[in-house]
Design a protein around this ligand. Structure first.
Ligand SMILES: [Zn+2]
Ligand SMILES: [Zn+2]
Length: 95
């Protein structure tokens, strides 16, 4: 996944390699936190931002909200994150 430019939420506490980014399900458009490396998905961006060790809801590409297994979840850019009112969860190190 080439998403080096998009804001992220935090470092992944599970693989300790990847970063959790804002991605939306192509099926239901739910915005989740998805790790670049291990591809775990957290449904609740606020929760994983607060505590990165919380258990993941699913693994990419299975959407924890609608259950679709559609690949190609777009990563949200700063404006889209702002539109979704999730900008408080952007890591200070990512901008
Ligand atoms: Zn990870
Ligand atoms: Zn979905």
């Amino acid at each position: 996944m080439s998403t080096d430019e998009t804001p992220y939420i935090c470092e992944c506490d599970f693989c300790e390699q990847g970063l959790l980014r804002f991605r939306s399900c192509p099926e239901c458009e739910a915005i989740c936190a998805v790790c670049d490396e291990c591809e775990l998905i957290w449904e609740d961006v606020a929760e994983v931002s607060d505590d990165p060790s919380v258990k993941a809801a699913s693994a990419y590409p299975r959407c924890p909200v609608c259950g679709a297994k559609e690949k190609g979840w777009p990563a949200l850019d700063f404006e889209e994150i702002q539109d979704a009112e999730l900008e408080d969860y952007i890591s200070e190190d990512s901008v």
